[in-house]
Design a protein around this ligand. Structure first.
Ligand code: UDP
Ligand code: MG
Length: 253
């Protein structure tokens, strides 16, 4: 899939927590974080490229970057095991497994906290409008990317992903791979995220039906993607379920 030759680099297989003392004598914690672009940002090519670019522009080093195809079982029983029983759990598993993912390991001082700041709040509507999720999150929990939320979870997630899903090759230039992705997709066509929000709300408010919403979603996603129709159609159904479940939630309150 990747058309980039392997090159030797000084890359070090993502290792844990080095400590560095800066000139003022403060201790900086260099840590790793597992991040992945969720299907909305994988399908919407520009949004994915933009998100990766923002992580790189923030100065984080890339210890790994690649496509991943975790099994449904892995997402259910390992990655999102802590959410089992939540009202959004079944939907979340289907959402995250509706296409391949783009996984990173980012390294830097306080990288977990910094990446979470760039992403901001879980629910799109609560995220700062300048944050990644605030700008590109579609609605509710469709929110562009996952990032570990604490050092403890970061460690746990890196362990399980390295064991079951990703294979880090020493001396592989993952930064070059990420740059190639950005260059390929940063000028790709893009639909204003507001359109997806409007359609979700129209569906929620019964101004349009599911069939109409699916037609509109598929149409818009196709403009933003070079992925196949099957993936796009599956993700359109995820957006529909998301909007309908949020309607039920509003009614319940
Ligand atoms: N989620 C949702 N509704 C909620 C809470 C979470 O749809 O009320 C989804 C959302 O996609 C979120 C994921 O479940 O990113 C995992 O939830 P978590 O609380 O771990 O949020 P995160 O760490 O991703 O901000
Ligand atoms: Mg979380």
């Amino acid at each position: 899939m990747w058309d980039i030759d392997k090159k030797l680099s000084n890359h070090i297989d993502s290792s844990y927590s080095g400590q560095d003392r800066d000139k003022r004598g403060t201790i900086n914690m260099t840590e790793d974080v597992l991040v992945f672009l969720k299907p909305d940002a994988v399908i919407r090519r520009y949004i994915g490229a933009r998100t990766i670019k923002e992580f790189l522009d923030a100065g984080f080093k890339i210890g790994y970057f690649g496509e991943a195809y975790p099994s449904k079982e892995f997402i259910e029983t390992k990655h999102y095991a802590q959410h089992k029983g939540e009202f959004f759990y079944d939907w979340l598993v289907d959402y995250v497994t509706s296409s391949h993912l783009l996984v990173f390991i980012l390294t830097g001082d306080d990288v977990i906290c910094e990446v979470r700041k760039l992403l901001d709040a879980t629910i799109t509507e609560n995220a700062d409008c300048n944050s990644i999720r605030g700008r590109y999150g579609i609605f509710g929990g469709i929110n562009v990317a996952h990032a570990s939320d604490s050092a403890e979870n970061g460690k746990r997630e890196l362990n399980i992903w390295k064991k079951d899903v990703i294979k880090i090759e020493r001396n592989y230039d993952y930064t070059e791979r990420a740059d190639a992705y950005i260059n390929k997709y940063i000028n790709f066509s893009m639909v204003d995220t507001i359109r997806y929000r409007e359609i979700s709300k129209q569906l929620m408010n019964e101004k349009i039906n599911e069939k109409e919403a699916k037609y509109l979603f598929v149409n818009l996603l196709s403009k933003e993607s070079d992925l196949n129709r099957e993936i796009i159609s599956r993700f359109a159904e995820i957006m529909i379920r998301n909007a309908l479940s949020r309607k039920e939630k509003v009614v319940e309150q």
